[in-house]
Design a protein around this ligand. Structure first.
Ligand SMILES: CC(C)(COP(=O)(O)OP(=O)(O)OC[C@H]1O[C@@H](n2cnc3c(N)ncnc32)[C@H](O)[C@@H]1OP(=O)(O)O)[C@@H](O)C(=O)NCCC(=O)NCCS
Length: 161
């Protein structure tokens, strides 16, 4: 299913769609530019082939500018990653992506969604708060930075009705 969500310049349109194997390289590029430990193209290829993994892409015109990945088990899912191209952040695009992704998880029978987020990741915290996630746990010094710094993780949960 295609969800048209915005029309923000010169008729350029944004769509949220299931990702396919052909997106693996671009998704790895986006992930690598967004996270300290990037996932490679091969890792995305594996995830895209798994029945219990849901991957959506955010496309603007012909260009993929974001993605969301979740892994499902029974009626629970973990949002493993969500990212927007750095040049497109701050436009609220992740909101439509996340809500569409959650809607598809609900359609697959998921009732509870969990995620982990670095405590000081303000944009992500704002997004998840807005989407109705609640903090249900905290893991001290969970993330190890390249420079040796250790950062706390919050575990968040949202129930889908
Ligand atoms: C998190 C992310 C997906 C949000 O995508 P986005 O489309 O830019 O999100 P939005 O434009 O809706 O902005 C989200 C909120 O963060 C705020 N924000 C944006 N940049 C910010 C910054 N540098 N500092 C503080 N807040 C910021 C926005 O104002 C917005 O808050 P609001 O809802 O109160 O207005 C995007 O920043 C990203 O890809 N980050 C890198 C990957 C990442 O950290 N993913 C989450 C891992 S858990």
């Amino acid at each position: 299913m295609i969800g048209w969500v915005a029309d923000w310049w010169r008729g350029g349109r944004t769509a949220i769609e299931p990702a396919s194997q052909r997106d693996a390289a671009r998704l790895a590029q986006l992930h690598g530019a967004s996270f300290h430990r990037g996932w490679g193209e091969g890792e995305f290829e594996v995830m895209l082939s798994e029945r219990n993994t849901l991957v959506h892409r955010l496309r603007h015109g012909r260009k993929v500018v974001g993605f969301a990945v979740s892994r499902m088990a029974a009626d629970e899912a973990e949002l493993l990653s969500i990212a927007i191209d750095s040049t497109q952040r701050g436009r609220g695009l992740s909101r439509d992506l996340l809500l569409t992704h959650l809607g598809h998880l609900a359609g697959r029978g998921v009732r509870k969604v969990f995620l982990e987020v670095e405590e000081n990741n303000r944009p992500a915290r704002r997004l998840y708060d807005w989407a109705g996630f609640e903090v249900v746990g905290r893991r001290e010094r969970y993330y190890q930075q390249a420079g040796g710094e250790q950062l706390n993780a919050l575990l968040m949960r949202r129930d889908l009705s």
